[in-house]
Design a protein around this ligand. Sequence first.
Ligand SMILES: [Zn+2]
Length: 607
Amino acid sequence: MTAIADEKRKTGAEDVVWDLTPLYDGVEDPAIQRDLAAVQEAAQGFTTAHRGAIARYDAPTLRAVIEEKVAIEDKIYRLLAFAMLNFTTDSANPQFGMLMQAVMEAKSKVDQALVFFELEWNAVPEDAARNLIADPALRDYAHHLEAQRRYEPHQLPEDQEKLILDKDVTGIQAWERFFGQFTSALRYEVDGKQLTQSEVLTQQFAADRAVRQASHAAITRTLKDNLMPLGYIINVVAADKATDDRLRGYQSWIASRNMSNKAPDAVVEALINTVTSNYEVVARHYRLKRALLGLDELTEYDRYAPLPTKDSDQFYTWEQAREIVLNAFYAFNDEMGDAAKRFFDENWIHAAPGDNKRGGAYAHPVTVSAHPYVFMNYNGKPRDVMTLAHELGHGVHMLLSGKGGILYDLSTPLTTAETASTFAEMLVFHDLLSRETDAEVKLSMLAQKIEDSFSTIFRQVAMNRFEDALHRARREKGELGTEQINALWMGTQRAMYGDSVNLTDDYGVWWSYIPHFISTPGYVYAYAFGELLVLALYNIYQREGESFVPKYVAALTAGNSDYPDVIMREVGVDLNDPNFWQEGIDALAELVTEEEALAREVYPEKF
Ligand SMILES: [Zn+2]
């Protein structure tokens, strides 16, 4: 036996890699080059055969044409998945990089060749289109065809659409890319060291207040020094969006986002109003946190401070994680358990950490003729167990929604994409919490869960309020100075924390590094939508028990085959009821009540 301890504890996930042979035998597989050529040829053939003819087809012909298109998309998705999955496990492998590039270029050619279909379909006169959608021959594609037509009033003639696509590359997309490159290159000086953004942000979670303070000052300094370009970029983004919305006839800055989310404007408005009128829940947690940290007041750099509770140095082997997660899935429902188990048994998971492996985690649906894969970096932390549950939730959702074999049912809009993943996390969290006997560890688990939920619900909605104020102001007043933008940010963030956190004036510039505002305006509320939906679903599960289970499984299986509000109605959720969102908030508020009670029990001297 050697006396030298392993630098890193073995988890057993070191050899957990996926089997991609159901897609291709390897990067050298000659079938790849064959398929790349064939798929582009098929797309060209599709154009030659059907361009200008879509409006003339009857229902059975249209179905055959759609299936021809689906076969092309299926092939390109397999290629794309194979390239992407490999690339993320080892981005330094030049063969993986080359394949990725080749597939991306082929996909762009295929997309360009197929784009006429949507435009022509949307141009089919309303009565004829309605008859086709109602025809039994097109039943499997009815929702897809119907949802597509919502874009008709906002479409421009084909030559203009092409012109916009062309000019966007050097227009809005160029600004997005510049923002990404510019902010990645920014450095933040702490104690003479030049830190990257992720390094300096990590220090906001330090137990030592001086460390948090110093990194906070560094972030503020760098952002202030670069406020001119950052302020200019956000102005360009807002102005470009205003132009686009005007040309396409969208009534508000958020309308196009709601449309792609398949969420009616009124539903989104009800969500926002409910969250903003419950900001007091946030304040309750931070008042408690202030007492536990023993501080006179909390400032923005105390928000992520760890509680002074017992360190959670809990370690889970891969085998233990597998058992915890599968138990939670099986305890809920056998079909869900069996589906999750396949990911382990059939090697659909890549969990081994690697030097050139991408960070983070994801689940990828691939396509209906294949099966999904799960990607993560497993290190044995409690967080990793939750990530495994989260990604398997996605994976099972994808597997279920692909069961019917309809490609367009496979992926769900942003607003419901996180349903199964967040729900799976809830199952595991409540399972672990109920098994924990140490009140102090319980308290830290609860606090962690609450802060995670706050950042997906309240923080994202407060950011949505900022975006709302910004886009409106840009449209009404023209270009905005950075002082004006700072004021909009502070107003919307102070509204959320109330008197529980004293946001200093330095915080005014902290809007300027957030990428969502630039890359996907309007995105952020989808996080709150998903999390509140799951809190409500979990409540119903608690209340109804067994009878909830098949309805929930059916909702997951429905995938993208209908609008989320229609699918959720079957589970007993009415997204159109403005009071619906309150149920999720109440569940979260209950967790805060539990946290307050535990804190008094563990630290009676602090109250
Ligand atoms: Zn997710």
